[in-house]
Ligand binder design. Structure first.
Ligand SMILES: [Zn+2]
Ligand SMILES: [Zn+2]
Length: 351
């Protein structure tokens, strides 16, 4: 997650429940049967918002926090104090990232309940969790060398490879698949799955027409634009095209007057305005990127076109993936061309 949105002056969103943000280990009621929980997250973001939905004979948990003793301790407090004697009967993970899936396996085992996810995210999460530290693939090294990584940074990639599995409780063997547009009955209400692409392969949002709210995960955050990245697992992907298309499709499919429950930051109203901002931000970034490509540049050279602040060590990998996402989108739109030099580094320039 790279913070790259800067709003100058006017903010078109209206924030809700700002004073009622729950302390860790507590819940805030948002609507009938919908409760807000926060779990700690290391780094500047410092929290994830997760949700407790009351069902007839139990509770559905949406997103679970990273897999640490601290987060598990807060879950145990919630289980002891806020479930009114009813069991957890379902865990939904909006997408594969470890702040969302971290405790899903553990909670499912604790309560003997099922995990619900999209198919692509379930399998990608399983695959990534199985990558051991010694398995650094050659094609992944070639992928990062092509972006302009130094040998030192490639070594850092080798060191961090396989860490995904350590930050997640093993997922169950099987899962309940969530499809786009699927209706899920929770507490006698219909919740509709709306699947977005670009940040994760198949990111599930949950829209409740009756309560006029949407659990948005990382797909529609109020202030930060979620990381849209090309990864070594699909080196020629164009996730930014998918991201922009998803934003447009959400704007057409969803009514404007929804309360948005995002996975990070504050609850808000103004979903159409936010979707428009997200599209516009990337379109402007593509123009800035084009301007930078008057001379041949490498992926690691174009960060200033995308990010306001200096890229720190911790955000270098997502920033590189995001730079590639914009380069690939511009390439497909025939704004840019690309050529590889003899050392395998790709150089991008205006078409
Ligand atoms: Zn995410
Ligand atoms: Zn997240």
């Amino acid at each position: 997650m790279v913070e790259n949105m800067s709003r100058r002056g006017f903010d078109p969103l209206t924030y809700r429940f700002v004073e009622e943000a729950p302390e860790f280990g507590h819940v805030t009621r948002i609507a009938e049967g919908v409760y807000w929980i926060r779990m700690p997250l290391p780094g500047r973001l410092n929290h994830i918002n997760v949700w407790l939905l009351e069902d007839k004979d139990g509770w559905t948990i949406v997103d679970t926090g990273i897999f640490t003793d601290d987060v598990q301790k807060h879950w145990k407090t919630i289980f002891a104090n806020f479930l009114n004697g009813k069991p957890v009967t379902r865990v939904i993970a909006t997408h594969l990232h470890t702040d969302h899936t971290g405790n899903a396996g553990w909670i499912c085992r604790e309560w003997g309940c099922d995990l619900w996810m999209s198919r692509a995210d379930f399998y990608m999460c399983k695959t990534m969790a199985n990558d051991g530290p010694s398995d650094v693939p050659d094609d992944a090294i070639r992928f990062y060398r092509r972006t302009g990584f130094t040998e030192e940074r490639l070594d850092r990639y080798r060191q961090r490879f396989g860490h995904f599995g350590a930050s997640i409780s093993p997922l169950p063997a099987g899962y309940q698949r969530i499809n786009d547009n699927q209706y899920i009955d929770i507490g006698g209400r219909e919740w509709r799955a709306v699947i977005g692409h670009g940040h994760a392969p198949e990111h599930v949002c949950l829209y409740c027409p009756e309560l006029k709210l949407i659990i948005a995960g990382d797909q529609i955050l109020p202030k930060i634009t979620p990381n849209v990245s090309v990864q070594p697992s699909e080196p020629n992907a164009n996730p930014l095209r998918e991201w922009i298309n998803s934003c447009s499709r959400f704007r057409e499919a969803l009514p404007p007057n929804l309360l948005v429950l995002p996975a990070h930051e504050s609850l808000y109203e103004g979903i159409h305005e936010r979707l428009t901002e997200l599209i516009d931000w990337h379109e402007v970034a593509l123009e800035k990127l084009y301007e930078m490509c008057g001379e041949p540049v490498r992926a690691v050279d174009v960060f200033p076109a995308l990010f306001k602040s200096k890229i720190t060590e911790g955000s270098y990998f997502p920033a590189t993936g995001e730079a590639l996402a914009h380069l690939h989108c511009a390439l497909e739109r025939r704004m840019l061309t690309v050529e590889e030099d003899e050392s395998g580094v790709a150089w991008w320039r205006q078409a």
